[in-house]
Design a protein around this ligand. Structure first.
Ligand SMILES: NC(=O)C[C@H](N)C(=O)O
Length: 330
């Protein structure tokens, strides 16, 4: 008897789901069923599909609580027997959503996130091809145990590394560290790298999530005001982890109260610990208690801090998690 692969498609909205309303304005109103109906060649995959309309919003308006809620639903769907899940969403915050889902995904079944750069009314809309690619990956036994993946423009990326690197290109998604982990070639998935070490955390039970602001260093900028209501902080610093010298003391004071993570605003390469010693250098900041993000990009470090704190962890657990997630292969 042929084995049927059951894949659930969860629609969140985004450009892939855009359609024109009565006033002619585009809004992400298409349902998961509409997206599936637009995919040529789907029948050849022989999948049993379940369709879930989770939200129909631009991804800029998704909240972390929405993503945590989706992670809970995905856990339940997989526990109930689904073989894989595809999430369709807007691309603007796709890298953060995919990584938060990855941090909260403890099972081996594939979860694959995709979207589109050209909406369905344009010539050469990429949504159907991206969705077909995502379904192909979700049904592929080789995708098991790799955590959450992103399928886009016939490339497969690890959620921990992928980033939207262009505002309009069809190939907007890149993995600066390590490159894509796979490619779709003539409808099959070819993997270029094995599964990397991942951090997996318990799914938060309630809706009240920790507050973790992200601040980006800029030439001559004032030191950040201490935000006493925050639970943690991520700083996107210059280069390998440098900040204006007048930021060092205020951040050191904050680091006594909450995890303060030092990431790089270059979005590629690591935060290093050992080069220079001047006030505001990475070495100085780490000696003052900031925690290095390694290769993990600022927006993803923020998701990690949020998930660690939501799981009841503190500075030590953030440090331990970043030692794994911030590694070159992590
Ligand atoms: N390409 C996109 O999906 C952008 C879109 N506006 C979003 O929801 O993120």
């Amino acid at each position: 008897m042929a084995v049927v692969t059951r894949v659930v498609v969860c629609g969140l909205g985004g450009t892939i789901a855009m359609t024109a309303g009565p006033d002619g304005r585009l809004a992400p109103a298409l349902r998961a069923g509409d997206l599936i109906a637009a995919v040529p060649g789907l029948a050849a995959l022989g999948l049993e599909l379940e369709l879930l309309d989770v939200a129909r919003v631009p991804s800029a308006s998704l909240r972390t609580a929405d993503v945590v809620g989706l992670a809970r639903r995905i856990g339940a769907l997989l526990a109930a027997g689904a073989d894989g899940v595809v999430v369709t969403q807007g691309t603007d915050t796709l890298e953060e959503c995919a990584y938060l889902l990855d941090l909260l995904h403890e099972r081996p079944e594939p979860v694959v996130v995709t979207g589109a750069m050209r909406h369905p009314l344009l010539a050469g809309a990429d949504g159907p091809a991206n969705l077909l690619a995502a379904l192909t990956v979700a049904a592929d036994p080789g995708a098991r145990g790799r955590g959450v993946l992103v399928a886009f423009a016939d490339e497969v990326h690890a959620a921990a590394r992928v980033r939207k690197a262009h505002s309009t290109s069809l190939t907007a998604f890149v993995s600066a560290t390590g490159g894509p982990v796979g490619r779709l070639v003539e409808g099959r998935v070819r993997y270029l790298a094995g599964p990397a070490p991942r951090v997996v955390l318990p799914r938060p039970a309630g809706d009240g999530l920790p507050r973790v602001p992200l601040i980006v260093a800029a030439l001559g900028a004032d030191a950040p005001e201490p935000d006493l209501a925050a639970d943690g902080l991520v700083v996107a610093a210059f280069g390998v982890g440098h900040l204006p010298e007048w930021w060092a003391e205020p951040l050191a004071e904050l680091a006594l109260r909450m995890p303060v993570v030092l990431a790089s605003r270059t979005l590629a390469g690591p935060v290093l610990a050992d080069t220079y010693g001047y006030a505001g250098s990475e070495r100085d900041l780490l000696e003052r208690g900031l925690i290095p993000a390694g290769f993990l990009e600022p927006v993803k470090a923020r998701m990690l801090v949020l998930a660690v704190l939501a799981a009841g962890g503190g500075r030590a657990e953030v440090r331990d998690a970043l030692a794994v997630a911030g590694g070159p292969g992590g």
